[in-house]
Design a binder for this molecule. Structure first.
Ligand SMILES: [Zn+2]
Length: 349
């Protein structure tokens, strides 16, 4: 290569290089253009390698021209690179762009479980009457679950058939929330007015009206001069608050070891007003068990049974919820089917 040719190449390369750089439309294309105009095999590099064979005058002149061309091409590359980076970023941002005109996605809010709604409602009726809410452990000992409640050793409730025991001897899953009554009377002098809502456990064959895990709201009142009439008045108030002001309450004698006398309490049907329908059958809805606290139970808790009397009752939450909402199968409450649970959204709150 002679100096004449070198000069020509440098001039051509300026035009060719700048045009290649300007046409590069991506980082990859620009990288290829750089190799093409300044790379080891480029005409520009060939000129640089030939400089050593020229005379001093040509070497100096063409060397300066080559440096000037390299700087110009390098500047064009840098400028093009900046431009492409900006464009690529803009393209990415465009892909992520949020269209604020699209309709929003509505947050799906949950709701309380129907059993929680009914339990809250029941507890609320009693707290408005001045009762306090008490809670206790779900794993109980023999004393609080049976013995103190006057349930003798040979009572069916004590056998494995009805109770769920844990591996530690003497402990079991509570069969009713009555143990909370015992714990309260042991730790507090009368007057006592409490309700104990909570989960209870029994060894049951699960069917439409039985679950092995279910809920109760139990109540206890112990004071001077409490009579059966107070029990009846209290339960009537409860039944009317829950099922309407015209409800009547019926009490039939029944046996529970911890009360004397004891009774089954039914309320006149809120659907048919006592004439008989699909909800009630014969006009009455069996609602709960109740009675006057057995003197033995008071004494077991260190309360003077000569001075104090009391009443107690226990209500099944599932039972009330079924009657209240016309649910025919208790298992629906625990199956977790959203289509079932959604129907109670906003109920009773
Ligand atoms: Zn009815």
């Amino acid at each position: 290569m002679d100096p004449q040719e070198a000069r020509r190449i440098l001039e051509e390369e300026r035009e060719r290089g700048l045009s290649m750089i300007a046409r590069a439309d991506s980082s990859e294309a620009l990288e290829a253009a750089k190799v093409g105009v300044l790379g080891r095999k480029s005409p520009f590099s060939q000129v640089q390698r030939s400089l050593g064979s020229f005379g001093p005058e040509d070497r100096k002149r063409l060397g300066m021209a080559a440096n000037e061309l390299r700087d110009a091409l390098q500047a064009a590359l840098d400028e093009r690179r900046r431009l492409l980076a900006g464009a690529e970023e803009a393209r990415l941002l465009e892909g992520d762009r949020i269209d604020v005109t699209l309709p929003g996605r509505r947050l799906r809010t949950g709701s309380l479980h129907p059993l929680t709604i009914v339990e809250d409602e029941m507890v609320g009726i009693f707290t408005r009457m001045g009762y306090r809410v008490e809670e206790g452990p779900e794993i109980e000992d023999d004393w609080h679950n049976f013995e103190a409640l006057n349930i003798p050793r040979d009572h069916p409730a004590r056998t494995m058939k009805d109770s769920l025991y844990v591996e530690i001897p003497g402990l079991l899953l509570r069969t009713e929330t009555s143990a909370v009554q015992i714990r309260t009377m042991e730790s507090q002098d009368p007057p006592v007015y409490i309700v104990a809502p909570g989960r209870t456990y029994r060894r049951e064959a699960v069917d439409a009206t039985h679950l092995s895990v279910f809920h109760q709201v139990e109540g206890l009142a112990v004071d001077e001069g409490i009579s059966f009439a107070d029990l009846k008045g209290t339960l009537e108030t409860f039944a009317r608050a829950l099922f309407g002001p015209d409800r009547k309450v019926r009490m039939n004698p029944d046996y529970f070891p911890f009360v004397e006398p004891g009774c089954q309490v039914a309320v006149s049907c809120f659907k048919c007003d006592g004439t008989g329908c699909a909800v009630c059958g014969n006009g009455w809805i069996e609602l709960l068990g109740a009675g006057m606290v057995h003197p033995k139970v008071l004494e077991n808790c260190g309360i003077d049974a000569e001075r104090y009397t009391g009443f107690a009752f226990g209500i099944g939450v599932e039972r009330v919820a079924m009657v209240r909402h016309g649910v025919s199968d208790m298992r629906m409450f625990v199956e977790g089917d959203v289509r079932f649970l959604q129907q109670f959204q906003g109920a009773g709150v």
